[in-house]
Ligand binder design. Structure first.
Ligand code: DAH
Length: 343
């Protein structure tokens, strides 16, 4: 019996020394298995208990339990110590340097066309215009027929229009929205229609896709002077209070009379013969306009003797180009980040 007890105590003494010398968790676990595991040294010794007399067995059992408890206690406290050391090492090696400059954030910005459109709409909506959009794939009827461009009119030429299928075109002008807007709706009507339009054209000042802003105001007693006042207000708000407006007679099938409208050059006001914006003329042609043709009113079911209206249409892209000194229209549509990020 003595020899079993001293074997047990010897295992205890050696194991406690091993545990205290262990320098990492894996070694520690190795000791636990080699002593307390199913085939561990302590378990092996206890297998010999069968040959011991019944009265001695409890004493040996008690000695074994005492040693086992000591070993478990030592394992536990050593494990805690080693884990704390591991954590400390981890914290030291995985340290974050919060003083490193942050990565640069790339903020998006509105495209110059969007900026210009919003500005134009903002100015005109102060006069009570509402916003209205229409489809870019438009019927031949709304794009041409309803705005008084008959089937044999040169404006429909294959050279200009993208045909999409029987009776369908890519709209060539936002004027296409006018009859749509009036149809089935009673006057007064006061709308702005911004949007993309399409024509077969491509050079430094023409793109197959560009943008227009259409305006339409229909009511009792609307006069040419209302048109002029509206455009004067727009020009002064858009280009500065010194801006002047001039109307030149012109022809558009959907208005009578029709006019082309120039605004005085906001860059040189006619004082610089080499001005890139007005080319030395002092004037910039920015839009077409006129009094809505009685035919359009009739198509909408209105009585031209009862109501009248004016309409105007202008290119948004050219105004954006003038405002930002952009030399080539195509730059606006290439999506080049080096260009776009300047706005
Ligand atoms: N739709 C014309 C164009 O694309 C511009 C225009 C002229 C619109 C006169 C109008 C207008 O509403 O009255 O050139």
């Amino acid at each position: 019996m003595e020899s079993l007890i001293s074997k047990i105590q010897a295992i205890g003494t050696k194991t406690l020394a091993d545990i205290s010398a262990a320098s990492d968790l894996a070694t520690l676990e190795g000791f636990r298995v080699s002593v307390l595991g199913k085939k561990g040294s302590l378990s092996e010794v206890l297998k010999g208990l069968g040959s011991v007399s019944a009265e001695e067995r409890p004493k040996i059992g008690a000695a074994a339990n005492e040693v086992k408890a000591k070993i478990e206690g030592a394992l536990e406290s050593k494990r805690e110590g080693l884990e704390a050391k591991d954590l400390e090492q981890k914290l030291a090696s995985e340290r974050l340097d919060v003083s490193i400059p942050a990565r640069k954030l790339h903020r998006g910005s509105l495209h110059p066309i969007t900026q210009t459109t919003r500005r134009m709409v903002e100015v005109l909506s102060r006069l009570g215009f509402d916003l209205l959009t229409g489809p870019e794939i438009e019927t031949d009827y709304f794009c041409f027929e309803a705005v008084n461009i008959p089937a044999d009119h040169p404006a429909r030429d294959q050279q200009d229009t993208f045909f999409m299928g029987p009776g369908l075109v890519l709209r060539t002008q936002t004027t296409a929205i006018q009859t749509r807007a009036m149809r089935g709706k009673k006057w007064p009507i006061r709308i702005l229609c911004p949007g993309a339009v399409y024509r077969k054209d491509n050079d430094a000042t023409h793109s197959p896709m560009f943008h227009q802003l259409e305006g339409l105001w229909i009511d009792k007693g609307v006069k040419m002077s209302d048109l002029k006042g509206t455009l004067e207000f727009f020009a002064k708000e858009m280009f500065g209070s010194a801006t002047r407006v001039r109307l030149r007679p012109s022809y558009f099938s959907f208005v009578e009379p029709g006019a082309e409208i120039d605004v005085s050059c906001f860059k040189c006001d006619g004082k610089d013969p080499s001005c890139k914006i007005c080319k030395g003329t002092g004037w910039m042609e920015i839009l077409g306009a006129g009094m809505v043709h009685p035919k359009l009113l009739e198509l909408a079911g209105y009585d031209p003797k009862e109501v009248s209206g004016f309409a105007f249409g202008m290119g948004i892209d050219r105004i954006a180009m003038m405002a930002h000194d952009v030399p080539d229209l195509r730059l606006l549509f290439e999506g080049d980040q080096r260009f776009n990020s300047q706005f």
